[in-house]
Ligand binder design. Structure first.
Ligand SMILES: [Zn+2]
Length: 470
């Protein structure tokens, strides 16, 4: 998953033209990159009918052709999941005391039905300045760039100080699927050991006219956690109702959830986001951002930001009712009523604290609050050190002078949720600028600007080198 359309971007003023022509179209190396990208997009990697292991083998084949020895290429296939495998690869560094850096990408994609799409989702189509196809944006462009980086570095005889590792994984897009990054963290922790990892998360932002606004960097994300509200009751015949009714208890508690807001919290990521965005957005919203950074209890300014669902979610933990189930017959008093409450927990806040708060919010001893399952560890923010931000800022400044680099906090979750708790801080950085519509990721006719992909390739090629030589 990647961040989907930033609500107010379309309304933002233009800053700098994104330009059009990309002069390297004749470049053989660019043509080879395009072939890798095409091969990835055209390898169906949906959970239902696709095969991530095949995509991983194909990328391993590319690296082998480029001269990577077999011992530096490892296809891993979790037991019982033959089509949900991935690839580990490495370009060895010269300094054995320096920790590696990890380029991480999921190669699985969201389902796509040919009959719903205008073009075949599993054919890379170039049209009107865009690449179309499932995964063109989320996230096979970056996966192809990682493979292409390794090929180019080797071709040049580049000897990095740190080892550069690559992990292509499966299972990021489907909650119920086996998650490859999580599997690696548990079963091959040494193989992915790194000072930090780079992956998807947020892109650069374009306005509706295709002008660059900001390059966002994902440094923190929230944890998704379900809670269940449950009320049980002796029930009885519906012709003789009593006030003590399981459904009434439940809906009142759920209604109290709807009216509760968790307190505003600031960490490095959302503080940097709102500070940076306040200047770009300007007006009432910009002023509110600056005010909230100064004083998170400024309720008037918080109310201004809360009108935008993305900003609202970036400011705090949220909990929302997502499913209801109650009663067993139309003519009986309900014996059981349950609601699923999906919470997105702010980085650093514990599950227990949220559960305790939900008990308070429900405010009814008849309502129990339980945790149905724990999917993974709690998300931890990745520190925004100069070591991380310096190279991003310097390459971005050279490529896109005047465009600010803005750290961000993601309300949803990515593979960082598995690597951060394993001690590998993970950052979302792509250098790919996307439209305000988010490129229809997860939806129909997914697309990304051709120039943006090629620019992202140039950006990440340079960025990884800077990190590898640190
Ligand atoms: Zn993704």
């Amino acid at each position: 998953m990647k961040r989907i359309a930033r609500a107010m971007m379309a309304a933002l003023a233009m800053l700098v033209s994104a330009g059009t022509g990309y002069s390297q179209s004749a470049d053989k190396s660019l043509e080879r990159f395009r072939e890798i990208y095409k091969e990835l997009v055209e390898t169906n990697t949906t959970l239902s009918a696709g095969d991530c292991t095949l995509a991983a083998r194909r990328m391993a084949g590319r690296l082998k052709t480029a001269g990577y020895p077999d011992e530096d290429l490892r296809i891993f296939v979790p037991e019982g999941h033959p089509k949900e495998g991935g690839l580990l690869a490495a370009l060895h560094g010269s300094d054995p005391s320096a920790k590696a850096i990890l380029m991480l990408a999921h190669v699985d994609v969201v389902e796509a039905k040919r009959e719903d799409w205008t073009r075949d989702p599993f054919t890379l189509v170039e049209e009107g300045g865009y690449f179309y196809g499932r995964g063109t944006s989320d996230m096979k462009a970056q996966a192809a760039i990682w493979v292409d980086n390794l090929i180019r570095y080797r071709e040049e005889g580049y000897k990095p100080r740190r080892t550069i590792k690559l992990a292509l994984t499966c299972g990021e897009e489907t909650n119920s699927a086996l998650n490859g990054a999580g599997w690696l963290a548990q079963n091959a922790r040494d193989a992915i050991d790194a000072e930090f990892a780079l992956t998807e998360g947020v892109d650069g932002d374009l306005d509706a006219q295709g002008h660059r606004i900001a390059l966002e960097i994902l440094a923190a994300e929230k944890t998704s956690q379900n809670f269940v509200f449950e009320v049980t009751n002796p029930g009885g015949h519906s012709s003789r109702p009593v006030p003590d009714n399981a459904i009434y208890h439940l809906v009142r508690a759920v209604d109290r959830v709807s009216r509760y807001e968790f307190p505003v919290q600031l960490d490095d990521a959302n503080r940097a986001y709102f500070s940076g965005m306040s200047k770009i957005v300007g007006g009432e919203s910009g002023a509110a951002m600056a005010a909230v950074v100064k004083n998170p209890e400024d309720s008037v300014s918080v109310a201004v930001l809360d009108k935008d669902r993305n900003w609202h979610a970036m400011l705090r933990t949220t909990c929302v009712a997502t499913m209801l189930s109650a009663g067993h017959a139309t003519n009986a008093l309900p014996q059981r009523a349950t609601a699923n409450i999906n919470c997105r927990i702010f980085p650093g806040v514990s599950r227990d604290a949220i559960q305790a708060q939900l008990v308070k919010i429900a405010d009814d001893p008849a309502v129990t609050v339980s945790v149905p399952e724990v999917r993974g560890p709690l998300a931890q923010p990745s520190p925004l050190t100069p070591q991380i931000m310096g190279p991003i800022e310097s390459v971005a400044h050279e490529m896109w002078p005047g465009i600010p680099v803005i750290p961000s906090l993601e309300p949803a979750a990515s593979d960082a949720q598995f690597l951060n708790p394993a001690g590998i801080p993970t950052y979302g950085v792509t250098g790919i600028f996307t439209d305000p519509d988010g490129g229809h990721i997860h939806g129909l006719n997914e697309r990304v600007r051709i120039n943006s992909v090629y620019e992202g390739r140039a950006f990440l090629y340079r960025l990884v080198k800077l990190y590898a030589d640190q």
